[in-house]
Design a protein around this ligand. Structure first.
Ligand code: GDD
Ligand code: MN
Length: 377
């Protein structure tokens, strides 16, 4: 068709009515909080063009259902229901990218953050004074009194590590409350990690000083309903993020964990071999087979618990995963021995050949486990 003959697309009728600010709310089991938050946003953002995008990871309590009902009454409310995925950072990223407003804010659903700061945050972005505005507990006027001692200590430690190791210069890089220009976010998005909790730290570390950041104080309140989803594996996620940022994504925590679990497997193998030979008086081949089987099983359990905790297999899938894991590891053993033999053939140094074989084995097992055992849904 003749391009020139096509009529020029009409301008949208009222660009002024489009939202300036998109508020992103990650939710997991927040059924009792979302309506209240929506009402409070409505009050806080009077006079501002805004929308709110809830990103819900298919909460068992049906949070998404409550959000849908709100959305049916107010077109400024949107709901992204993600199935088969979990993760605070990933949810925030998806929410921001789903909006087309020039500015986006992230706020928790449980009302621990202070939504009355949003107009001020927006104003700082609109005036061009900042690309990123952080709601901070650790600048003059801010507080985190609702924290218990343990949580306060962990937060302080993580903040210190982030500042020193990643040279992040803001007072509260662990905050989950911030607003950002969407165009700047869009540039950084491909390098952000979808795993873990620390999206703000990730943004600031990834930008490497190229964002103009302003911090404004707020008081971290108490949760309205429900409970926190932060648990001890958050520390592991944090470590992973620091590692990835430090090494420009070369070292993945997952691989390190997989290799560490693999080395515990060696101990399990040797201990079983010893017990089978010395205590149960079994012949060597049977003992060796027992050792290998037990080591693979314990590796599988640990990996399912730690290395792939975000994709943990449950119920019947565990059995299927275990059998596949045995299969992957058996092939890995052939790869290991094959490489070790050929290295030894060229250069008869036992430890070099042994190490090359072991490395080949772990890389193979890791790659194949990711493909077949804990594959992303
Ligand atoms: N979609 C989705 N998926 N949302 C999640 C997930 C998830 O896997 N996990 C948690 N959320 C949502 C919660 O429903 C809540 O709205 C918000 O993310 C924060 O989770 P909380 O469980 O309430 O975390 P917290 O209060 O212990 O910690 C928060 O505040 C700290 C201080 O600002 C988080 O925002 C931390 O990142 C932050 O450091
Ligand atoms: Mn909370």
């Amino acid at each position: 068709m003749n391009q020139a003959a096509r009529p020029a697309p009409e301008k949208p009728p009222q660009a002024a009515g489009l939202p300036q600010l998109s508020v992103i709310v990650p939710t997991f089991n927040e059924r009792d909080n979302v309506t209240r938050l929506y009402r409070q946003l409505e009050t806080a953002l009077t006079g501002v063009g805004w929308e709110v995008i809830f990103v819900d990871d298919n909460s068992p309590d049906g949070t998404w259902d409550v959000v849908r009902a709100l959305a049916q009454e107010d077109s400024r409310v949107r709901c992204i229901r993600r199935i088969g995925r979990r993760g605070l950072s990933g949810a925030c990223i998806e929410g921001i990218l789903a909006s087309s407003a020039p500015f986006a804010a992230v706020i928790d659903a449980d009302l621990q953050h202070d939504e009355t700061q949003l107009p001020k945050m927006l104003a700082l972005l609109q005036s061009g004074e900042a690309d990123l505005v952080v709601g901070s507990r650790y600048v003059e006027g801010g507080s985190a009194d609702s924290f218990n001692r343990q949580r306060a200590g962990a937060s302080a430690l993580a903040t210190e590590v982030a500042k020193r190791v990643l040279r992040v210069k803001i007072a509260d890089p662990m905050s989950g409350f911030f607003a950002i220009r969407r165009d700047r976010f869009e540039q950084l998005a491909p390098q952000l990690s979808t795993q873990g909790f620390k999206i703000l730290l990730d943004i600031v570390a990834t930008a490497r000083g190229n964002l103009r950041v302003k911090e404004i104080p707020y008081s971290f309140g108490s949760r309205l309903h429900g409970e926190s989803k932060l648990d001890s594996t958050v520390a592991l996620d944090f470590l992973g993020l620091v590692l990835a940022k430090l090494t420009h994504d070369v070292v993945s925590l997952r691989f390190l964990l997989f290799a560490m679990v693999g080395s515990t497997g060696l101990f399990v193998h040797l201990a079983t071999l010893f017990a089978a030979l010395e205590i149960f008086d079994l012949p060597f081949p049977e003992s060796q087979a027992c050792g290998a089987l037990l080591a693979m099983t314990s590796n599988f359990i640990l990996n399912n618990f730690l290395t792939y905790r975000d994709q943990r297999l449950r119920g019947f899938a565990i059995l299927r995963g275990l059998l596949l894991f045995y299969l992957v590891c058996s092939v890995g053993l052939f790869a290991n021995v094959g490489v070790a033999f050929s290295v030894y053939d060229q250069e008869p140094i036992w430890w070099l050949a042994g190490a090359a074989g072991a490395l080949m084995g772990v890389v193979w097992n890791y790659a194949m486990s990711g493909l077949f055992v804990w594959r992303k849904q």
